[in-house]
Design a protein around this ligand. Sequence first.
Ligand code: SIN
Length: 531
Amino acid sequence: MRNITTDFLVIGSGVSGLRAAVELARRGKVIVVTKDIPTESSTEYAQGGVAVALSDEDEVGIHFEDTIKAGDGLCREEAVKALVEEGPERILELIEWGAEFDKEGTKLAFTIEAAHSRRRILHAHGDSTGKELERVLINKIKSFKTIRRMQFSTAVDLIIEDGRCSGAYVLKDGEIITICAKSTLLATGGAGQVFSRTTNPAVVTGDGMAIAYRAGAVLEDMEFVQFHPTVLFAPAAPQFLLSEAMRGEGAIIRNIFKETFMKNYHPDAELAPRDVVSRAIISEMVRTNNSHVYLDLTHRDSEFIKKRFPRIYSTCLRYDLNITKDLIPVSPAAHYMMGGVKTGLNGATSIRGLYAAGEVACTGVHGANRLASNSLLEGLVYGYRAGVAAATEESGVQKGTVPDLRAKGSEAVESGLSPMGSNPSNFRSSELEEVRTSLRRIMWERVGIIRCGESLNTAMESLSRWSNILDMDFNTRRGLELKNMLTVAFMITESALARKGSVGAHYRSDFKERGEDWQRHISVKKKMDLE
Ligand code: SIN
C-alpha cells in the first residue's frame, strides 16, 4: 500500500474545503482530495446566491434574526452569530481575490429569497453564484505551492489510531493509498443523492457523513433534510434547480389548472419558508392528481429574465421550454442536509484530529431549516474557521504504524466488490446499481417531504434487507458510494423515527405538532445508538 505523508488533508473541493485549504496552506503542506474533477460539487451548481448583511438597508442583527426564525427553534445561537458577523469580512476578502458579484450601477446588487426580511443575496453572472466562488477559490489555491490536488480520488475510510484521526485511506486508480496527516478536514458536502429526486450533482452521496460515522464520530440533526420546492420536472430533462431567486423576482406557482394557490397555504405565498412551499405543492399535486405544478415568470420582461437568469434560461431552452413565454413544470426535490457531523464553532468533531466544514458538518447554524443562500456563506465562514483551527493541531502522524486497510485480505470480484468481512457476497455491478436505484426511491417515497411512523418503519425494513452491504469492503467508487448512501439513509430514517413531532423541514403527518422535548438535538453514533 502506497503511503503519503502531509501536514494537512482536506477531503472535498467545494467552497468550504477550498476556503479551509487556503488557511492550511499558509501553515504547511496540504493535500486536497476530490473524487471527481475539482469543480464537481454542489458549490458549482449553486444558483441563487450568497446571503450577507452588506446592503445599506440591512444589519447583521437582522440577518441573525431571520436565520434563527428559519431554523425554527433549533439553531445554535453562537454559531449563527459567528456566521452573520464574520460573513461580510469573508465576502469582501473574496471580492479582493477577484470575485465578480452582479452590480446595479457601481453598487452591489442584492436580491431576496424566502424568509429574508431584507434584500441581502448577492449573485454572480445572474444565476451562477457558486460557479464564481469556485472559480475564485480554485485560482487562489493554485497560487500556493504548498497545495497538492488529487482528483478522481475517493476517500474510503479514516485512519484512526488511539482514538485520534491521522489521515485517510484513499482509492485512486484502483489502488488504496494511505495519506497520513496531522489533521484531516471533511468537506464532502451533503447527501442529496440518497433521494431519487434531488438538486444535488451525482457526486453528493453522503461520503463524509458515512466515513465519520464508521470512525465513531457523533452526527446530529440527521432528520432535517431541506426539500427545494421548484425543480424542473420534464421528460428527459435533468432535475435542474429553478432558483428561489425567480420567486424573489416575482415568479408565481400555479397548479395544473393554472390557478395560483400559495396564498391559501401561507400569507407570504411564494416566499413562504421552503418546507411550507414544498408541502403546499405536494398537497396541490395530490388534490389535482398530477405529478407537477408550474412556475410562471412570463409576466416579467423577457430581456430582464434572460439577463437575470441566463443559466436557467439556456438550460430550459435545451428542453424546449422558453421561460420568458412558457410555464415551467416543477416539483420538489431533496436539496440540503441541515444535519451532519457534529462540530464546535471551529470545526472540531468528536474525534481528535478530525474537522468538518460546510454541508457535511452540523454546527447548528441552520437549526431545523436553513435560511436560503446561507450555505455558501457558511462554507466561507466555517471553512476559514476550521482551516485556522486544523492548522494548529499537534502532530498525530505516527509513521509506520498505520494499519493496512485490507490487512485482513480481500479478493476483488467482477463487480469490483471485495467480499471480505463477515458478509461475503457475490454482488455484481448490475445488482449494485439496482440496490442504489431502489434505495433512492424508498428514501424519496417513505422518508421524503411528508413522513409518518408507518412510512419510516417500512423504509427501515427495506433498508435492513441490504444491511450486509455495510460490512463489505469495496474497491470501486460506485461500491463505496452505495455503502455510504445506505449508511446515511439509515441515519436519516432512524433520526426521523426518533423525532415524534414536526419541526422545521421534518414533517410527520402522524405527529403534526412539535411534540415533547422538541428542542433536543438527536445524535447518532456508530451502532445507531440514539442519544
Ligand atoms: C436557490 O437558488 O434557490 C438555492 C439557494 C439555496 O438553496 O440557498
